[in-house]
Design a protein around this ligand. Structure first.
Ligand code: HEM
Length: 148
């Protein structure tokens, strides 16, 4: 179960990143060109939201079974770079990113103005993406993680 979840979580990062970049690029170009907001724009924002939330659910499951996490002994966790990263930093950055993406999606939905919808999607998703990129344990950071 654990290896399966790690592989799913690791591979799903790429879908999250791809759908976020697509939604952001779409929102940016249509915001700048003053295009009308239609159902395909809503679908792009929704796909990025769904994949981010799915990643959160798998991550939450991993948080309770991963040997890399030690929330039972925070003092020990803080003393080890890798354990601190997975127990505190990865979790906090990703939750903050997911909250922003979720707020962005619902604010855009409620905005009555088309340009406002694109602008809201762009900024909330863009900041969410930056936080996700900063919070991913990339292989070159030395945490013993992979690319997929
Ligand atoms: C969009 C959000 C997220 C992305 C893109 C992401 C990405 C990743 C990646 C790439 C890894 C390394 C997997 C590997 O190759 O070993 C990882 C590990 C991990 N993530 Fe996330 N993550 C996200 C959200 C979360 C959240 C919200 C939690 C907790 C609630 C979480 C908990 C974990 C844990 C515990 C590990 C360590 C797994 C292990 O190797 O034992 N992640 N994450």
């Amino acid at each position: 179960m654990y290896p399966m979840l790690v592989h799913a979580h690791s591979g799903l990062r790429w879908l999250v990143l791809i759908f976020l970049v697509l939604a952001i690029a779409n929102a940016f170009s249509k915001w700048r060109s003053g295009a009308a907001y239609d159902s395909s724009d809503k679908r792009k924002g929704l796909l990025a939201l769904i994949f981010s939330h799915l990643q959160f659910v798998i991550g939450l499951g991993l948080y309770f079974i991963s040997p890399r996490v030690n929330f039972g002994d925070m003092a020990a966790a803080m003393g080890d770079k890798a354990t601190r990263f997975f127990t505190v930093e990865h979790l906090s950055l990703m939750i903050l990113a997911l909250v922003l993406i979720t707020i962005g999606y619902s604010k855009a939905k409620r905005n009555v103005n088309d340009t406002g919808k694109f602008k809201t999607t762009f900024w909330f998703y863009f900041i969410g993406l930056i936080l996700i990129l900063a919070g991913i344990p990339w292989p070159f950071l030395g945490y013993g993680t992979g690319w997929f």
